[in-house]
Design a protein around this ligand. Sequence first.
Ligand SMILES: [Zn+2]
Length: 233
Amino acid sequence: MALLYRPATAKVEVRIVKIISRNDWGAKPNKTKFSKLGEVKGLVVHWSAYPVAIGNQAEMDQCKQIQRLHQVDRGWNDIAYNFLVGDTGQIYEGRGFGNRSAAQGGNSRQEINYNNKHYVAVCWLGGSKPADQPSAEARAAISWLYEQVGGELRPHSSFKQTDCPGDAWRQWIIEKKTATIDELKKATNITAEDLSNASGAEMVHPQFIQKKLDTIIAKLENIENKLKLGRII
Ligand SMILES: [Zn+2]
């Protein structure tokens, strides 16, 4: 059965994303009932540390390989991640939305299992070499997931000492955050275009100022959601 999700926010181009269900990639059942996610704080990016899977079949095979590693070798309940993403841009269901991951490891916070309870985990199917680069499609798929999840966007290495998810993803996360900050800067500038569209009276008109302020507030709210940083990189 295919699971269909529609992005929550209206974009110029509405992208319907199909997530390959556990059944469709041949997952084994979870051993016991999943614990539920708590209040979601953000999305954490991981890599599998296996060679980059090329093509859908290899991606599904690697999902199975990771599930075996987690269920059999490590004795866990199930594959640790909520989702997995391949270079094809295809998203595979792991524990799915709403269930707690097992990917972020232990933590020093007061609440037991805090990092797994409050963060959705997505794993890119690659990363056996530090120089491995995710495809544009894989990045777009993780962007889409982040739009659904909201909150912080963090690399696994922001939680503990690990190379995961590699420099390419860490750089991408930084660039994504920088892009958001640039958007804010743009919103706070009254551009030449604004001036040419506004008459002299409008430029000092309260509504003109109000419009600018509304844009700034909307951007700030967006950033507040996305940049509740904690420790970033
Ligand atoms: Zn990781």
